[in-house]
Design a protein around this ligand. Structure first.
Ligand code: KIV
Ligand code: ZN
Length: 512
């Protein structure tokens, strides 16, 4: 049996189904390009029938992201499949991923269909999908709560109809590792033509077992893992890509399986997804959490200083996690700046380099020690995908125990300058009200989170906000040594996304 595990990333589809997450076209493209750099085999770019935005995003990813197979989700019906095929037309390698529920509870209450009708719909769906692409995945939704014999019957029929990947999801995250492994083995053994397809698993994390269940499935013959960056997804999320990949890598002697993932891109991908979705990574999250490589107790610190492997089973540098080296200061020149960025994996063109360098000098005036983390935050901020319709030109705050918090804000939009003042419940509220007066986007602040991005007393503050407008969510992020300025930048970042959303989005080129 092959030792190669196919990594099917569904951050842009199941991940985007996380409550409160809504990515725009540019953000989806940015994530998809990064997933390609990370080395995933398949990118599930969306559910094209779900909305015009999803359709545009799948089309754009299909046209622009080269390397991985691009998949589009479709229920087992003609309209969904035709829409998915249309969205995937420009892909180098396209996969239609069609699904229908197979558990008694779903068939009876949700689909109101008899098992034989479900089987027939599945076969028809696969046959239709096959007319558009050779690469067709069939998923039996809620497979783990389905009858094994029925599953084997339906899988045999869809493989005969041309399905090349068979996905056996634990849709509600109900399984335990031993049970799920045994279940996968029974399904494989009970499906006579299963050797003609790749067996895939898709585990949800309702009991915190998604990664453990996926590993158990691999031990029992599965060879495709469906997963998301930072484990985001419906409810408690999906199997986390970084956790399963690093489990396979670090415990190679146990699993003896390989993936195509480049681990040095893991941390950057995690940060990008967190920044763009507004879903913060919990500090103690395995692999990519802030504390994953932090050693607090004196005994541990002593051990790590003497020999890293005393308390570290993975090398953080291998994951692209920066050590807190003091690399540059205010006397550093453009050449040193460019070289350090190159080492950190950023190749900027001259225009972006000039902008980033100006910001670096500005930061160096206010912060004595510029670490790798500072540089990455600064460059990521500079490379934000959404055009800056409004730029913060000036911010003045008066606040204190006996003063009414008041903000004066000046914004630039192209060559025009706008200025407004406002009072508020606090300095941040006052600044936001002044920005609202200028931009008039009429959004509501739904979430505001502040954290320190880098360590040290003069650390930079990072603010993430989520705005809601007409049922859509827009995340924004701002970084500065001054937290009120960071707050204003985050708010403007989200406002700019709203402005961008209201301007027509250029149609992607269709190569075919
Ligand atoms: O959780 C699930 O079953 C899914 C399917 C559509 C694969 O997301
Ligand atoms: Zn799912």
């Amino acid at each position: 049996m092959s030792k190669r595990v196919v990594i099917f990333d569904t951050t842009l589809r199941d991940g985007e189904q996380s409550p409160g997450v809504s990515l725009n076209l540019q953000e989806k493209l940015e994530i998809a390009h990064q997933l390609a750099r990370l080395g995933v085999d398949v990118i599930e770019a969306g559910f094209p029938i779900a909305s015009p935005g999803d359709f545009e995003a799948v089309s754009a990813v299909a046209a622009q992201v080269k390397g991985p197979v691009i998949a589009g989700l479709a229920r087992a019906n003609r309209k969904d499949i035709e829409r998915a095929a249309e969205a995937l037309r420009a892909a180098e390698q396209a996969r239609i991923h069609t699904f229908i529920a197979t558990s008694p509870i779903h068939m009876r209450h949700k689909l109101r269909m008899e098992p034989d009708q479900v089987l027939e719909a599945a076969v028809e769906a696969v046959k239709l999908a096959k007319t558009f692409t050779a690469d067709v995945e069939f998923s039996a939704e809620d497979a783990f709560r389905s009858d094994v014999e029925f599953l084997c019957r339906i899988f045999k029929a869809v493989i005969d109809a041309g399905a090349t990947t068979i996905n056996i999801p634990d849709t509600v995250g109900y399984a335990t590792p031993q049970e799920y492994g045994a279940f996968i083995q029974s399904v494989i053994n009970g499906t006579p033509n299963m050797e003609r397809a790749t067996v895939s698993v898709h585990c949800h994390n309702d009991l915190g077992l998604a990664v453990a269940n996926s590993l158990s499935a691999l031990e029992n013959g599965a060879r495709q893992i469906e997963c998301t960056i930072n484990g985001i997804g419906e409810r408690a999320g999906n199997c986390s890509l970084e956790e399963i990949v690093m489990a396979l890598y670090t415990r190679k002697s146990v699993y003896d399986l390989d993936t195509s993932i480049n681990p040095t891109e893991i941390y950057r991908t995690s940060r990008l997804v967190s920044n763009l979705t507004g879903m913060l990574v919990q500090p103690n999250k395995a692999i990519v959490g802030k504390n994953a490589f932090a050693h607090e107790s004196g005994i541990h610190q002593d051990g790590v200083l003497k020999e890293r492997t005393t308390y570290e089973i993975m090398n953080p540098q291998m994951l692209g996690i920066f050590t807190n080296n003091i690399v540059l200061g205010k006397h550093s020149g453009r050449h040193a700046f460019r070289e350090r960025l190159k080492e950190l994996g950023f190749e900027l063109d001259d225009e972006n380099l000039a902008k980033a360098f100006a910001r670096f000098k500005n930061l160096a005036d206010r912060k004595s020690e510029i670490t790798d983390e500072d540089l990455v935050v600064l460059v990521e901020d500079e490379l934000r995908a959404v055009p800056e319709a409004y730029r913060l030109d000036y911010l003045h705050i008066t606040s204190g125990t006996v003063l009414v918090p008041t903000a004066t804000v000046r914004l630039k939009r192209e060559e025009e300058t706008f200025e407004e003042a406002s009072c508020g419940d606090g300095p941040v509220d006052a600044a936001y009200k002044a920005i609202d007066k200028i931009t008039g986007v009429g959004a509501r602040l739904k979430a505001y989170v502040i954290s320190a991005t880098t360590s040290g007393e003069d650390s930079q503050g990072e603010v993430s906000v989520k705005l809601e407008r007409e049922g859509r969510f827009y995340t924004g992020r701002g970084v500065d040594t001054d937290i009120i300025v960071a707050s204003a930048k985050a708010y403007l970042n989200a406002v700019n996304k709203i402005v961008y959303d209201r301007t027509p989005v250029p149609k992607p080129e269709r190569a075919v």
